[in-house]
Design a protein around this ligand. Structure first.
Ligand SMILES: Cc1ncc(COP(=O)(O)O)c(C=O)c1O
Length: 402
């Protein structure tokens, strides 16, 4: 990544997120190419980074969208992703969301419970429509990742077990308002081992064969997202091996493969840049305090996630410290017990691998405006979301002041 963080800080102030769009292109293309032997749809998981310019960039490359709210569906449509490339997942879709998804005629709804299938059927009947259904199977496989981003075990809230899924497909087959279209599983995020993915896809492929035997034919097999990225020194799954192992398991099945990567596409494409405000020592403990905070990038606080961090100065005098933000929580840190050089007021700090689940998980906690987002493409930078002002923060309340 060849980005001049200092020039961007002068132009746009700090903190900011910057995304390397050429890297996004590279990641998308690598995955799409890995599946070139088959019909495939790369449905980008919008939750990872839902900035319209990011989603538009992927739309231009041919991506579809995996969405978990009607808001995300509308983001995808806004930038021109065709409805036939949009999938809607999530354990708790409201009636209104289901209605809108049917009216918008998206590719399929990933249904995550028998109760939800009943709601979809009722709403489709009311609208006089046929709902294309994919059922999210929970294969009860341990994905070997952080428990907060593990989704494929029965103890997790996601999807349904195999027997329930089978009953739900039979319900679809017998209904005038439901069309069994796809099957889905997503066992977790930041996956660095291939075996759990192979195991999960095998369970799903076996179910597809069972369904075929009872004359339920599906068109799409959605293997979820989850491919891990390098934050530290992780050894990654090779995308060609990943694709090949899925194709092997699907032997004899003529379904379009859908893959829903989020982190893999945008994670290493983004950097969060913040600047040093102060240093201080409490007892023996050194703190470096920056202008970014947990409300901007919550992953360290939420998951204890590691991000590579670099102070952009020439100082070689490193010592142990905690890198923290101004928010009034002891959980407001980017790193604890990290070796950083002595810093000065306004030194920049780059926090890498922040393109996924960074800005999208940010909040206005402590009445802090969300930061600016910048795209860099072919060496040119442009603002893709302006920094929020105080007026933005109070806009929805001002009319209620008595
Ligand atoms: C259903 C579904 N698909 C895809 C993803 C994207 O995961 P990742 O960003 O790890 O690729 C998620 C993440 O939570 C998900 O829940």
């Amino acid at each position: 990544m060849n980005i001049d963080f200092k020039a961007l800080a002068q132009k746009y102030q700090t903190p900011y997120y910057v995304y390397d769009f050429d890297h996004i292109t590279k990641q998308y293309t690598e995955l799409k190419e890995s599946f070139r032997a088959r019909k495939s749809l790369i449905a980008y998981a919008v939750k990872a980074n839902s900035n319209l310019s990011v989603v538009k960039h992927l739309a231009n490359l041919g991506a579809g969208a995996d969405c978990v709210s009607i808001g995300e569906v509308r983001r995808a449509l806004t930038v021109g992703i065709p409805s036939y490339k949009i999938i809607f997942s999530g354990v708790g879709k409201s009636d209104d969301e289901i209605k809108q998804a049917l009216e918008l005629d998206i590719l399929m709804i990933n249904v995550e419970s028998a109760a939800e299938l009943n709601r979809v059927e009722i709403i489709a009947k009311e609208l006089g429509k046929v709902a294309r259904i994919s059922i999210r199977v929970n294969p009860n496989i341990d994905p070997k990742t952080h428990p907060y981003i593990s989704t494929g075990l029965h103890e997790n809230k996601f999807g349904v077990d195999i027997d329930t899924a089978k009953r739900m497909y039979i319900q679809c087959k017998n209904s005038e308002f439901l069309e069994p279209t796809g099957i889905h599983c997503h066992i977790g995020s930041q996956l660095t081992e291939l075996q759990p993915i192979k195991d999960a896809v095998k369970i799903v492929a076996d179910l597809v064969r069972n369904l075929k035997a009872i004359k339920i034919e599906l068109s799409f097999m959605d293997v979820g997202g989850g491919l891990g990225i390098v934050y530290d020194d992780e050894k990654l799954i090779d995308t060609y091996e990943y694709a090949q192992s899925i194709l092997d398991v699907m032997f004899g099945l003529d379904l379009t493969i859908v893959c829903e990567p989020g982190r893999f596409i945008v994670g290493n494409s983004g950097v969060f840049v913040t600047k040093v405000l102060y240093e201080k020592i409490n007892g023996n403990k050194r703190f470096v305090i920056v202008d970014g905070a947990m409300n901007d990038l919550i992953r360290p606080a939420l998951y204890g996630a590691y991000h590579k961090i670099e102070v952009l100065n020439e100082n070689r005098d490193f010592s142990d410290c905690n890198l923290v933000g101004p928010v009034c929580e002891s959980g407001d840190f980017f790193a604890k017990n990290i070796e950083l050089p002595v810093t000065c007021h306004n030194d920049l700090v780059a926090i890498y691998s922040a393109g996924a689940y960074g800005f999208t998980m940010s909040s206005n906690y402590n009445t802090r405006g969300r930061v600016a987002e910048i795209a860099v493409e072919n060496g040119n930078d442009r603002l893709i979301r302006r920094r929020e002002s105080f007026e933005d923060l109070i806009a929805h309340e001002i009319e209620f002041i008595k």
